[in-house]
Design a protein around this ligand. Sequence first.
Ligand SMILES: Nc1nc2c(c(=O)[nH]1)N[C@H]1C(S)=C(S)[C@@H](COP(=O)(O)OP(=O)(O)OC[C@H]3O[C@@H](n4cnc5c(=O)[nH]c(N)nc54)[C@H](O)[C@@H]3O)O[C@H]1N2
Ligand SMILES: Nc1nc2c(c(=O)[nH]1)N[C@H]1C(S)=C(S)[C@@H](COP(=O)(O)OP(=O)(O)OC[C@H]3O[C@@H](n4cnc5c(=O)[nH]c(N)nc54)[C@H](O)[C@@H]3O)O[C@H]1N2
Ligand code: SF4
Ligand SMILES: [Mo]
Length: 681
Amino acid sequence: MKTIVGACPLDCPDGCSWVVTVDDDGKAVKLRGNADHPYTRGGLCKKVNPWLTYAADPSRLMQPLRRTGPKGSGSFEPISWDDALAEIAERFHAIIDEHGGEAIWPFYGTGNVGWLQGASGPAGARLWNLLGASQHQVSICSVSGHIGLSYTSAISTTFDPEALHEAGLVLLWGSNTLVTNQHLWPFIENRPIVVIDPVRTRTAARADLHIAPRPGTDAALALGLCRAIVDRGGADEAFLAERTTGWEAFRESLDEWTIERTAAECGLDPSEIEQLVTLILETAPLALKLGQGMQRSSQGGQAARVISCLPAVTGSYAHRAGGLSYSTGSQYRYNSVAATRPDLRPGPVRTLAMTNLGANLHEIDGPPVKALVVYGANPMVSNPQLNLVRSGLEREDLFTVAIDLYPTETTAYADIVLPSTMQHEQNELSDSFAHLYANWNEPAVEPRGECLPHTEIFRRLAKAMGVEEPAVYATDHEIVTALLDTEEWREAGIDLAVLRERGFVRLPNTGGGSGADRDDFNPQFATASNLFEFESERADRDGHGALPRYLPPSEPAVGAGEYALVAIGSDYHVNSVFAGTERVQSVASAPPVVVHADDAERDGLVDGSTVSIHNDRGSFTAELRIGDDARPGVATMSKGWWGQAVNATVKEQDSDMGRGAIYHDNRVSITAITPDAAARS
Ligand SMILES: Nc1nc2c(c(=O)[nH]1)N[C@H]1C(S)=C(S)[C@@H](COP(=O)(O)OP(=O)(O)OC[C@H]3O[C@@H](n4cnc5c(=O)[nH]c(N)nc54)[C@H](O)[C@@H]3O)O[C@H]1N2
Ligand SMILES: Nc1nc2c(c(=O)[nH]1)N[C@H]1C(S)=C(S)[C@@H](COP(=O)(O)OP(=O)(O)OC[C@H]3O[C@@H](n4cnc5c(=O)[nH]c(N)nc54)[C@H](O)[C@@H]3O)O[C@H]1N2
Ligand code: SF4
Ligand SMILES: [Mo]
């Protein structure tokens, strides 16, 4: 028996370190959380504990496949790797000859978010650059919030989550922490906790105070809170004078945000806002954990921008356990240029946003998309406006290659399907968006069947295409060495050998050390002025106004029979990953949609009945539940379940900043479809 340290690859903030036990026959017999890792602290989660069961799932893709039936039918025949790569190479050459490299779109998703095989790297980048393929922007998750914050603090985390046991009030804003970021909980559970979320999630139910605004009204709420804090003498004038700019103008803009107006806009009672203001004033410093949920709206970037003003008004940014954390991702500073080699490009190339897949497959400036290479992504479940995506993927002239672990609703549309290794079978350098460590993942076992890592697939594809440039044949270890080729990593004495030996390291830019010896993590505002910018010329130039502001969501659900559909992280799986495995299918079932009792009564909806959830973009069915999980005007359920086309109803529309998706800005109607429903009531 031996143990090998690895890391969870999923798109989850927690970035867990794990330990795989391998027996003398080279078989993985146990996979558990790493007790030595300061953030993982032993346990993983119920989504990933059965990892080895998922790896052994009977549906796992084990060899390359070629389509034999119509697109979408899921009919395939096995072929050899040589034949699969030869066919892809031939198609790529023909497409490049006729339309140029930009007609190829490497469409990678968040199935793995690592730096070698996953969305941060990504694998294949050097080959795509050399071919002049379209650049891919992973706009599906958090981009709007990042851009929003870039105008004010320009830093996406101002505290180390491990310091939160020193926080005053912990404000979880649009974050379902107990479900989507559970390893943070031990650091905050003894602090007073407030949750701002239109849904009464498990996290909200555990909080000291839960405020449930109408979806997409967060910026109004934040403006109202700022004004109330000023009115009650809680503004930290010293901090505002020394560390911020534009405060006077911002303060004036707050005039209109009386508690009454704020409450009306957000669908709250004024007393709820008063109560929150009191808590903020009495329990300093304020540590605000901003989730991704609240920025999946047409005004999501602006919402993050406004919310970030709150800890500035209270001066909380000055405290090591205060301020705001959206993502620690920005602290991972690798040499991406050396790893991905944009200099290999034949000339400038366009960038295509992941969230614009449907539109881009139908109509596009420049060369049409003729080849799509989908890896670590499941757009037929996770992208907005599924009916538009589907008709795009059905195009006969589109050549689609999909690389996955299992047959999915997306691989069904591929011409060639390639089998990927799983994390415990491959090299990976993993990060986190909640802690400040880099995790190394050493392969623990040989790949199952004929599965290959992404990096190896693209090396073999380059060979099949006859590429001579040596850079595209770099080994995994050479790419990691390129990633670590920065001043910071060198000065810290961390190279690949150190990473492999230790399994994880604290990021060098945090002050170094570990545990009690650790220096403070004390990052500075990274704006041009090095101040917190209430007022921003750059934002004004970009069309977002010099001052942070509130604009209503594009699809407010305020009329009778209207619901804002909010489909959030499931307890059982991360997005759509593993949702189709035997294991998940045996412990979970198709998620019900939950509405408030008052709405159900008004619309004649019956608990336990089957309903259609629909709008002019599409529809799907679910079981209806009545419960106080949903505030009036909201319908909620979990996302990522196969065969339940929640995103058929979501509009493919860019958010205000960065082409983010607007999943939670989605107005639907709900109608009963079982004839016996009325009889049962
Ligand atoms: N178990 C589990 N964990 C996951 C995932 C999963 O699918 N399952 N997904 C992973 C991924 S990809 C990500 S990006 C993270 C996301 O982590 P979170 O940000 O926690 O993600 P969500 O569950 O999408 O949304 C959080 C909360 O935002 C709320 N919300 C929706 N709209 C609004 C709004 O307008 N205002 C406010 N204030 N709140 C709103 C939702 O009701 C939800 O409870 O989680 C990761 N972790
Ligand atoms: N309604 C609604 N929709 C949402 C969201 C929401 O909150 N509400 N959240 C959005 C968010 S935050 C995100 S991040 C996106 C996620 O959307 P995507 O990035 O498309 O991710 P997934 O749907 O999880 O699909 C990941 C795919 O990768 C495969 N996979 C897993 N590991 C590996 C691997 O090692 N190699 C390969 N080749 N494949 C692998 C899985 O089997 C799965 O098919 O969904 C978005 N969709
Ligand atoms: S999904 Fe998140 S909590 Fe679960 S093991 Fe992976 S990183 Fe940890
Ligand atoms: Mo995400």
